[in-house]
Design a protein around this ligand. Sequence first.
Ligand code: NAP
Length: 245
Amino acid sequence: MTERSLTGRVALITGANKGIGLEIARQLATAGATALIGARNSAAGEKAVEDLAADHLDARLIRIDVTDRSSIEQSASRIERDFGKLDILVNNAGIGIDNAPPSQLEMDLLRRTYETNFFGVFAVTKAMLPLLRKSDSARIVNMSSGLGSLTLNSDPGYQYAGAKLLAYNSSKSALNALTVQFAHELRDTPIKVNSADPGYVATDLNNHRGTRTVEQGARAAVKLATLPADGPTGGYFDEDGVVPW
Ligand code: NAP
């Protein structure tokens, strides 16, 4: 990505009012994109927009709750009206609310996790696809996690092998399946669909226990959001390269 190389590009980042999403928005806007700050809470989203605007970046608020179909449809209509297309969709909004080992997990918690981390991504992607098809080189990035890797999770030597969070981890494994299937369906279009693993990043999601900064955590997603025409699709990557499924 070269300086200002994204001028004229429109990027929607869900859950962009804070954490990794806000930093992805900042990096894409710094490269010249119009960053649509997806936020379910208008006040929090407005504050993020103001933060970026203070740095002379082009950021606008889109009120979108990924579990609320009408807010998704309204967001798509507004992007259609204001821009007529969408170049980058970063499905970043996610929650991690596990509080018990698999055998003691409440069904409701499992369902709520999937509502945001899987069904939310599906609903937003489906609604935005007509706009992404109007771009000459659209990119979809799904914020997964190393915890979504079945290969890593089944390895007792994995650094985070102890983090057996059934709801969170499996929702990200399902998200990876969504990446593979949408990439396959869209393989003859310019649209590329990939999963990003940001690493263990200090954010509200983990009470800031993560060891990486949001700047580091945003890199994999930004790279996938700005892939060249000969870049990969249907893959799973961290900042350093391929992550095993
Ligand atoms: P975060 O600081 O807690 O941010 C999560 C964002 O998602 C917030 O903006 C939150 O909005 C938003 N969100 C949650 N539910 C939503 C909904 N229904 N509709 C719209 N927005 C919603 O966490 P983060 O660490 O930056 O996480 C960003 C993504 O990275 C997530 O998908 C997460 O699973 C993934 N990830 C993080 C790590 C890590 O170590 N931090 C590692 C691997 C993957 P509110 O402010 O309104 O709650």
